[in-house]
Design a protein around this ligand. Structure first.
Ligand SMILES: [Zn+2]
Length: 96
């Protein structure tokens, strides 16, 4: 991608490239999932929570970087199985 930034549609999707890597905004869902874990999403994810439940992590070139940032502040963090699939840890529920 040659452009340093590209504005798409009314949804204000801004794609910025840094050393040829695309940077995306990453957010943490402030609502724990069924395992008590907070999930990381990128700005394009259709599972991104609404604004009142988003915690902005920053702009990163990979979900791994975003998850590392989230883990500095929160103990239980996981990648979203849709937008962060390469950093998604499958969860298993342990029965008592
Ligand atoms: Zn997601």
């Amino acid at each position: 991608m040659k452009n340093t930034s590209m504005l798409m549609s009314m949804e204000l999707f801004i794609f910025v490239t840094h050393r040829d890597k695309m940077l995306l905004y990453y957010y943490l869902d402030s609502r724990p999932n069924e395992y008590g874990v907070l999930e990381v999403h990128d700005q394009r994810c259709k599972h991104l929570p609404n604004f009142s439940h988003r915690i902005l992590l920053g702009m990163f070139s990979s979900s791994q970087e975003a998850i590392l940032m989230a883990k500095k502040h929160f103990v239980s963090v996981n990648g979203c199985p849709y937008c962060c699939i390469e950093n998604y840890r499958k969860m298993v529920k342990y029965e008592a």
